[in-house]
Design a protein around this ligand. Structure first.
Ligand code: SF4
Ligand code: SF4
Ligand code: SF4
Ligand code: FES
Length: 378
């Protein structure tokens, strides 16, 4: 272990770690905009500068390797003024839209501007990129809010492994772009939205979040994604009980801050009017069982040919007892006529572990077949 001193506190750190990483792990807050613990260091924003004993000038702590005996000061008048100037430069190229910005209350730039008392820029304000790209169903890219921290580029390249976006152009004209600045939908992007989650400003925002309420109006619910067996932990942001957007909850033990497209964007079924909330019986069976007085024949078309079947045309709602009795009698008849292996059970990731356990037990022991599977394996 290496021993260094940060703000007069002796700290032990493993070799190969950086000062910002060690400071944050020890509860010492140093402002930073382009650093993420899971990504390579870029050292671009210069906000994390610290003073090092023996060094003539402050240096970025995110890229400063810990060495034995290093003495670091993280706050002071000089550092305060330098960081203030960095923020001043950043907002000289940033609309001061916090009053109407969807990200207000959840924006690191806004938070640091507040902490360092920056109300407006002392430079001549110029918005370098006014490009607004609403070219896919999942997220909007509004480049005027981009501070070019590069977190989106690095997460896409280093963790997602897609490298769909990168820095384009030079100097004041720089922006984050797909190859040839084409629409996102035509790039290699897989729409996992991990870039959206790490973006510190409103440059990348979920489409579903637009005009749905400010950050402080939203409730949070942590849950487990129901789509596959990985079991990622995610957090829904809700307004009056309706999901506004989903993101990985930062302390998820399985997935950390990462999600795939399904977990992040595939939650609209929760409020779908098409969602089944009561058991349904097909109309011909309902007539056979005396639950309906109208005779009905299933239309002679392939179910695959029906693009949007209307549930109410083909089914009637019944109570659970009737539905379960019907299923039980049909299953028993099939098993007795064709044997247990004529039956197969497919369970759902939306059930709990306990329900899935009971289901496989029912199929194996109750029905007598090993024909049982789960949608997470498909
Ligand atoms: S991105 Fe942040 S700093 Fe910029 S307008 Fe929105 S809330 Fe304000
Ligand atoms: S959504 Fe995923 S794949 Fe697409 S640019 Fe962002 S991180 Fe890369
Ligand atoms: S889009 Fe967001 S994450 Fe990407 S460089 Fe701009 S501010 Fe950073
Ligand atoms: S966080 Fe260190 S330079 Fe940006």
């Amino acid at each position: 272990m290496i021993t260094l001193t940060i703000d007069e506190k002796k700290i032990e750190a493993p070799p190969g770690t950086h000062v910002l990483q060690v400071a944050l792990a020890n509860g010492i807050e140093i402002p930073h905009l382009c650093y993420h613990p899971e990504l390579s260091v870029s050292g671009g924003c210069r906000l994390c500068i610290v003073e090092v004993e023996g060094y003539p000038e402050p240096v970025p702590s995110c890229g400063l390797a810990c060495t034995d005996g290093l003495v670091i000061t993280t706050h002071g008048e000089r550092l305060h003024e330098l960081r203030k100037n960095v923020l001043d430069l950043l907002i000289s190229d940033h609309p001061l839209d916090c009053l109407i910005c969807e990200k207000a209350g959840d924006c690191l730039l806004q938070q640091y501007a507040y902490e360092y008392g920056i109300k407006e820029t002392t430079y001549t304000p110029t918005i370098s990129s006014t490009l607004y790209q609403d070219d896919n169903p999942f997220f909007i890219r509004d480049h005027q809010y981009c501070i070019l921290c590069g977190l989106c580029v690095r997460i896409c390249d280093e963790i997602v492994g897609v490298h769909a976006i990168d820095f384009a152009k030079r100097g004041f004209e720089s922006n984050i772009a797909t190859p040839y600045d084409g629409p996102m939908i035509e790039s290699t992007c897989v729409f996992c939205g991990n870039c959206v989650q790490v973006c510190p400003t409103a440059a990348l925002m979920p489409v579903s979040r637009k005009n749905k309420g400010r950050e402080w109006e939203l409730d949070r619910k942590t849950t487990i994604c129901g789509y596959c067996g990985v079991g990622c932990q995610l957090e829904y942001a809700l307004k009056e009980g309706e999901i506004v957007y989903a993101q990985a909850s930062p302390d998820g033990p399985v997935n950390g801050e990462l999600l795939c497209t399904k977990g992040r964007y595939g939650w609209d079924f929760a409020h779908s009017p098409e969602r089944l909330t009561r058991p349904l019986i097909r109309r011909d069976l309902a007539y056979e069982l005396g639950l309906s007085s109208e005779a009905w024949e299933q239309p002679d078309t392939s179910p695959l040919a029906v693009k949007q079947p209307k549930i109410e045309d083909d089914f009637i709602a019944v109570d659970w007892e009737t539905a379960l009795d019907l299923v039980a009698s049909r299953l028993a008849a099939t098993v007795s006529e064709h044997g247990p292996d004529s039956v197969m059970g497919l369970s759902s990731a939306r059930c709990t572990n306990e329900e899935n356990y009971l289901f496989q037990k029912f199929i194996r022991v109750g029905i007598g077949t090993n024909n049982v599977d789960h949608c997470a394996r498909l």
